[in-house]
Design a protein around this ligand. Structure first.
Ligand SMILES: NC(=O)c1ccc[n+]([C@@H]2O[C@H](COP(=O)([O-])OP(=O)(O)OC[C@H]3O[C@@H](n4cnc5c(N)ncnc54)[C@H](OP(=O)(O)O)[C@@H]3O)[C@@H](O)[C@H]2O)c1
Length: 259
C-alpha cells in the first residue's frame, strides 16, 4: 500500500501509538493527516506539534459523532483513502467489583470494538470510490491470549481480530485493503493503568517508535496481519498452548504486583 500522497484519518492520534503514526506518516510523505480524540487540549497540543494536520474532536463510542466526523472529513478531504482505527482504552478491571454499573462495564467494547466497526461501516462507501484505499485496525497481542487484569479489553481485541479477518474476506474483490496491526506491550500512556505492576518483571515492552516503524513497513509491503516484537510469539502461544499461556501470564502478574 502506497502511503506517499495519501489522505489519512487516525482515530486517537493525540497520544502514544496514534501520535507516533502521525509523526512517521508525515515523514513517509502523507499528503494530509486528520487526527481525532476526545480531549480538546490534547488535540491542540498535537496540532501545535504538527501544524499541517487537521484535528477534529470526536468520540468513537458515539455513533452520532462518527456521523458528524464523516460529514466534516469527507467534505473537507474528499481524497481521504486510509482510515486507521487506533482509538482505544484499557482498564485494570475486577469482574467482582459491584460498584461498576452496566453502562461502564462494557466501555472497552463500546470504544475499541463498536467504535472500529462503526467507523468502518460509515467510511467504507467513501473508501470504495477511491482508486486505492485501506483500513488499518489496531488490535493487540491480547487478542490471542487474554490479559487477566483486563477482561473486557481482551474481549474487545479478540473481537477486532475476528472482525478484521472477515472484513478482509468480504472486501477481497474491492480496492480496499484491510490491515491488522497487532501491537505487543508498547510504551505509551495506556500502560499507566497498571502502576500496581512492576514493569521490569511483567515482561518485555516495545518502544513506540519501533512498533509503529514495523507497522508502517508492514503496510508498505502489503502484509495484512502485522505482528511486531512479541506479538508473533503471543499468537503462537495462544494457538498451541492457550490454557498454559493464560495461567503463565496470571502467575507472572501475581509476582509482578508491587507490594
Ligand atoms: N500500548 C500498548 O501496550 C498497546 C498494546 C496493544 C494494542 N494497543 C492499542 O493501540 C491503540 C492506541 O493505544 P495507545 O497505547 O497509544 O494508548 P494512549 O496513549 O492512551 O492513546 C489512546 C488514544 O485514543 C484516544 N481515545 C481514547 N478513547 C477514545 C474515544 N472514545 N474516541 C476517540 N479517541 C479516543 C485518546 O485520546 P482521548 O483520551 O483524548 O480521547 C488517545 O489519543 C489502542 O487501540 C490500544 O488498545 C496498545
Amino acid at each position: 500500500m502506497k502511503i506517499e500522497n495519501s489522505t489519512i484519518l487516525i482515530t486517537g492520534g493525540t497520544s502514544g501509538i496514534g501520535l507516533e503514526f502521525v509523526k512517521q506518516l508525515t515523514k513517509q510523505g502523507a499528503a494530509k493527516i486528520i487526527v481525532t480524540g476526545r480531549d480538546s487540549l490534547k488535540l491542540e497540543q498535537t496540532k501545535k506539534q504538527f501544524p499541517n494536520i487537521h484535528t477534529v474532536q470526536s468520540n468513537v463510542s458515539s455513533y452520532k459523532e462518527i456521523e458528524r466526523l464523516y460529514q466534516e472529513v469527507t467534505e473537507k478531504f474528499p481524497s481521504l483513502n486510509i482510515v486507521i482505527n487506533n482509538a482505544g482504552i484499557m482498564r485494570n478491571l475486577d469482574l467482582q467489583d459491584t460498584s461498576m454499573d452496566l453502562e461502564n462495564i462494557t466501555r472497552e467494547i463500546d470504544i475499541n470494538l463498536s467504535g472500529t466497526i462503526r467507523m468502518v461501516h460509515q467510511f467504507l462507501p467513501h473508501l470504495k470510490i477511491q482508486k486505492s484505499a485501506a483500513i488499518v485496525n489496531i488490535s493487540s497481542g491480547l487478542a490471542f491470549i487474554p490479559f487477566p487484569l483486563s477482561p473486557i479489553y481482551s474481549a474487545s481485541k479478540a473481537g477486532i481480530h475476528a472482525y478484521s479477518q472477515v472484513l478482509r474476506l468480504q472486501l477481497k474483490s474491492t480496492n480496499v485493503k484491510v490491515f491488522e496491526v497487532v501491537p505487543p506491550s508498547t510504551e505509551t500512556p495506556l500502560q499507566n493503568a497498571f502502576s500496581n505492576i512492576d514493569p521490569e518483571s511483567a515482561g518485555p515492552i516495545m518502544k513506540v517508535d519501533k512498533m509503529v516503524g514495523v507497522a508502517i513497513q508492514g503496510i508498505l509491503k502489503d502484509k495484512s496481519e502485522i505482528l511486531p516484537g512479541m506479538a508473533k510469539a503471543l499468537k503462537l502461544m495462544g494457538r498451541f498452548a492457550p490454557k498454559f499461556s493464560v495461567n503463565f501470564i496470571d502467575k507472572t502478574l501475581e509476582k509482578a504486583k508491587k507490594k
